[in-house]
Design a protein around this ligand. Structure first.
Ligand code: 3PG
Length: 214
């Protein structure tokens, strides 16, 4: 798959799922009930971050046991992470930044991949490599919507998935931006709710999130 095809596939996934729960999971045994709660609440496309030892087992368990979930891996930092994501059958991978190695590996793979950007230089690198759907991270502290507006000028073909500092109070504003295909965030699956097994609370937050795009 080329970089353009990888980005196109990413765009299709994100357009269909404008709010992506960004999940950090400490116990793999929480993965399946958590994913069921999200799907039940209307959020099928989910990101499991590779920030914990349990992340890979959690993603594998969801892929095996929650067929309605579309599982991506996040915090993908190396080509090796990307390969692991493809091997377990994840639907996509997303990074907080990019490297030449990641862009090359993603362009050579058969996979939806979303590199992360923060600056115009990052965009030049990603767009030149053929990726025009990017994560804008950390969205709020990197300048918020004003920064996104400014970046949209020189890169009209690029669509964004902002994450970092987005929650239920500001997600709708981001989603109203014409260049934003989806937003991601951890607010739907807070660590405290996962620790308590509050699947009903997570389902309710997911359901509220489905109403954010006007
Ligand atoms: C990510 O990796 O996308 C972010 O950590 C999510 O940011 P948030 O915790 O501020 O939602």
């Amino acid at each position: 798959m080329s970089a353009n095809a990888s980005s196109m596939r990413a765009r299709e996934l994100l357009v269909a799922a404008p709010v992506i729960p960004v999940i950090t999971i400490d116990r793999a045994s929480d993965a399946v009930p958590l994913a069921r709660a999200l799907v039940q609440g209307g959020l099928r496309v989910i990101e499991i971050t590779l920030r914990t030892d349990a992340a890979m087992d959690a993603a594998k368990a969801i892929i095996a046991d929650v067929p309605d979930a579309v599982v991506g891996l996040g915090t993908v930092l190396t080509p090796d992470d990307l390969e692991r994501a493809q091997k377990i059958g994840a639907a996509f991978a997303i990074s907080p930044g990019y490297s030449d190695g990641l862009l090359r590996a993603a362009a050579a793979g058969d996979f939806a991949y979303v590199p992360g950007i923060q600056t115009a230089s990052d965009l030049i690198a990603c767009v030149t490599a053929g990726f025009d759907v990017v994560k804008f991270f950390p969205a709020v502290s990197a300048g918020g919507l004003a920064a996104l507006n400014a970046l949209s000028g020189p890169f009209p073909s690029v669509s964004y998935c902002p994450t970092g500092g987005i929650g239920e109070t500001n997600a709708a504003e981001w989603l109203a931006h014409p260049k934003v295909v989806a937003v991601g965030g951890s607010w739907i699956t807070p660590a405290s709710a996962i620790a308590k097994g509050d699947w009903q609370g997570i389902e309710m937050r997911a359901r509220a999130a489905t109403k954010l795009r006007g």
